[in-house]
Design a protein around this ligand. Sequence first.
Ligand SMILES: C[S@@+](CC[C@H](N)C(=O)[O-])C[C@H]1O[C@@H](n2cnc3c(N)ncnc32)[C@H](O)[C@@H]1O
Length: 295
Amino acid sequence: MSSDSDTGAAPAAGRVRGDRGIDQASAIIDPDVPSTARAYSALLGGKDVYESDRKIVAALEHAFGDPQAAARTNRQWLIRVVRWLSSTQGVNQFLDCGSGLPEAENVHEVAQRYNPQARVVYNDNDPTVLAYGRALLAENEHTAFVGEDFRDPQKVLDSPEVHQLIDFDEPVAMIHCFSLHHFPDEPRAVKDLLDEYMAAFPSGSYLALTHITYPRPENDPTGRAAEICDEIRGRIRSLGMDSGYWRDYDRVLSYFDGMEMVPPGLVRTAEWWPSGPPRLTELDDVMFGGVARKP
Ligand SMILES: C[S@@+](CC[C@H](N)C(=O)[O-])C[C@H]1O[C@@H](n2cnc3c(N)ncnc32)[C@H](O)[C@@H]1O
């Protein structure tokens, strides 16, 4: 992401400057309002953040100790899922909802490694992602970006970008990686939204999602976990960000009702390895690597 100066500071308030075809008209960034996209990017090492975002990161650190590790684990899950879908299931179309700011390995980079023709539509409605992500994510003719709120499925599905890249007769993988817990079930339940999208896609399509969940009872000896999570949401809200809608495991599991779960099911993200560790080829036996530190 580019910044407004060489200092690494985020761009000044107001309309952002043009760069690489950035959409200036639609992106107005208020530095006093923290952004889930920027705060999450900060957890992954992104430097272009405002003070308002740093306060969110500090609140998460206070609550969880190492939210950075959680963000990295979540991102690695995304990479494994896309790799699995592309390389073993032959999925060539992706709708990545709540895609966030560009990171080291974005969905199209992973998918196009296996199939250069793989098509990816990114979606996010955060002003900073609109300003910067759009240009960086939609970087080749097989990728596009839709800046709509994904809670309006028809707007997303009817967008010119989706129509240009997605063939509704071919399987589509819809991804919601850490994007659904930023809003409540009103006015429309998350499950309803997901169903509306999935109804538009043919048999053989996939839904892939991660979501923050309340600890299960066996991991909550005091029985106060839900209360604590809700307190954290209150703290984040007091800092200007409406987010942190924890849901319980069964609720998140219900989002897949009507679909066949891919083994190992809804598990901790670090445990989702359906095709096991990297598969070895014969050539792997004649390639070795190591790292040494000079004292
Ligand atoms: C925590 S980030 C996750 C980014 C990326 N999916 C990942 O997991 O690495 C959540 C993203 O969801 C986006 N988001 C939240 N609600 C949204 C909505 N209603 N419509 C579109 N994007 C949304 C936010 O702007 C943010 O960029």
